[in-house]
Design a protein around this ligand. Sequence first.
Ligand SMILES: [Zn+2]
Length: 80
Amino acid sequence: MADATAHLDGNCLAGPLSEILAVEPTTAWWRRPECARSGPLAELHVYGPEPGLTACCPGCTYIALRLVRDGGYVWLTVGG
Ligand SMILES: [Zn+2]
């Protein structure tokens, strides 16, 4: 069944994030003050892969983080 809002789950961020953060990313918890929602990284809705992975809050679709690969660099932006 086709899903117009198809997205990946937050687990796809685990690889790239683990290169940056010294924690197991899928067990990290995020919290968006805008909607007071929180949960494990895996619950984020992730869109990508180009121009980078964008992870949105499943509650309000606010961008929680953005991860862009550029050559040998990984750019991580937290928040919109
Ligand atoms: Zn939210």
